[in-house]
Design a protein around this ligand. Structure first.
Ligand SMILES: Cc1cc2nc3c(=O)[nH]c(=O)nc-3n(C[C@H](O)[C@H](O)[C@H](O)COP(=O)(O)OP(=O)(O)OC[C@H]3O[C@@H](n4cnc5c(N)ncnc54)[C@H](O)[C@@H]3O)c2cc1C
Length: 397
């Protein structure tokens, strides 16, 4: 069978619509948002109205039904304009709607997925704790069970959208002794549930439009309708969502690299030193060439992985073990390469801008601060390398 890497006319039309929307509505507010460090509520509302918070969710559940490829198109375009908006959409969609779509009951889909995809509710995903980051299966938040009733107690940190979300996917330990396989359960918890409060919000190097919040659970009473997937299988729920997240994060990094490369090329053509535009110097040209090579390679990687996830469908029960493993390896490869190439691209693009690149408020200075987190969140790149190496050692290439 021939390989076909082209987008359909509908996908191209979606990209064009998103690009023009973002240029018109989002680009003009980004510099001020970065300075004030405020959540961009009005542009988020506009994006929700456009359906951009439910792109991969099937139309039957209130989404646009454009699959992971459509979703990556959105994230790539967001990456070109603003990483904060990309993170808000990503935390909500990859990490919030995926667990509901893949593991939710029909009742849970109607209660949480449909309003989330329609943009009526914002979601967040909460795995990380003060004592459990990379070792994410070592959850300390306790889920105590009394027949059908559950009580959740613990502290979660670094939750993107944590301050604004209407509901949060929370990982809690139903039996600490069992560890990640059998000891962690996923819950969907509404804000406003007694005992569930937002704690401190972090000040950050970048992503100034996003909240990164502490969530406090003090004997939060929930019931069977809040249990997402099987009891004890929450770690699988989290990892499946992260597989989606890592590919979309790759798409956002791709967009960021495209913007950095274009800005650097434009600047180089217009900045004259030694009587010539600096674009005439090979030292500058080689930086642009390296960026272009990475961009080209990443385009294939991102959309290959997204199309693979689309082919696998949305019912984890139908996935074979090998298929699951190759999806996880692919997602880790995309995330790791994309985030490192993006950091390199913004660094070199900043260098091409010279002193101007270091001046607060220039787009490349913001992009430099925004890009760094992608090597850390959704699993650090050290953890991605462990995932990839373990798979190579067990399955081979
Ligand atoms: C802005 C932001 C947004 C975030 N959003 C969310 C969110 O929405 N939901 C959520 O649940 N979490 C979120 N996180 C948390 C994020 O996923 C974690 O910070 C990340 O997984 C790393 O965990 P840690 O910070 O505890 O670092 P640690 O796990 O303490 O790691 C410290 C260092 O040790 C390395 N290390 C650890 N173990 C190993 C090992 N076995 N081998 C080699 N090196 C190792 C790490 O790679 C890292 O370099 C967010 C974080 C930030 C900063």
């Amino acid at each position: 069978m021939p390989f076909d890497f082209s987008f359909t006319p509908d996908q191209e039309a979606f990209r064009a619509a998103v690009r023009s929307f973002l240029e018109r509505e989002v680009a003009p507010i980004v510099a001020e948002m970065d300075e004030t460090e405020e959540f961009p509520a009005s542009t988020v509302k506009r994006m929700q109205t456009e359906g951009y918070f439910g792109v991969p969710v099937p139309e039957a559940y209130g989404g646009l039904g454009l699959g992971k490829v459509g979703y990556c198109i959105l994230l790539e375009e967001l990456g070109r304009v603003d990483a904060s908006h990309g993170t808000i959409v990503g935390a909500h969609t990859s990490l919030g709607t995926t667990p509901l779509l893949y593991y939710g009951t029909e009742e849970q889909k109607q209660n949480w997925l449909v309003p989330a995809a329609r943009g009526e509710k914002l979601l967040a995903f909460s795995l990380t704790e003060p004592g459990s980051g990379s070792d994410s299966g070592a959850v300390h938040t306790v889920a105590e069970r009394d027949h059908d009733a559950w009580t959740l107690t613990g502290t979660k940190i670094y939750v993107s959208n944590g301050r604004e979300a209407d509901a949060v996917i929370v990982m809690a330990g139903n039996d600490v002794k069992l560890g990640p396989n059998g000891g962690v359960t996923a819950f969907v918890v509404d804000k406003g549930t007694p005992g569930f409060t937002v704690g401190r919000c972090e000040k950050k190097m970048g992503l100034h439009g996003t909240s990164t919040a502490e969530l406090l659970l003090d004997h939060v009473a929930v019931g069977p309708k809040n249990v997402l997937g099987e009891v004890g299988k929450g770690f699988h729920v989290a990892m499946t969502a992260l597989d989606v997240g890592r590919v979309s994060l790759g798409a956002a990094s791709l967009g960021g690299m495209e913007a950095a490369c274009s800005a650097a090329a434009d600047f180089a053509k217009n900045r004259t030193q030694f009587g010539l535009p600096i674009s005439e110097f090979e030292a500058i040209q080689f930086k642009l060439a390296d960026m272009a090579m990475h961009i080209e390679a990443l385009r294939y990687l991102v959309y290959h992985a997204a199309a693979h996830q689309d082919r696998m469908g949305e019912d984890p029960a139908t996935w074979g073990r090998l298929e699951r493993q190759s999806k996880t390896r692919e997602s880790a490869i995309v995330k790791c390469l994309a985030s490192e190439w993006a950091s390199e691209a913004v660094d070199e693009a900043l260098q091409i801008h010279g002193g101007l690149g270091y001046i607060r408020g220039t787009p490349i200075e913001r992009a430099y601060r925004d890009a760094r987190i992608s090597e850390i969140f959704e699993g650090t790149n050290e953890i991605q390398r462990l995932v990839i190496a373990r798979d190579v050692l067990t399955r081979g290439l």
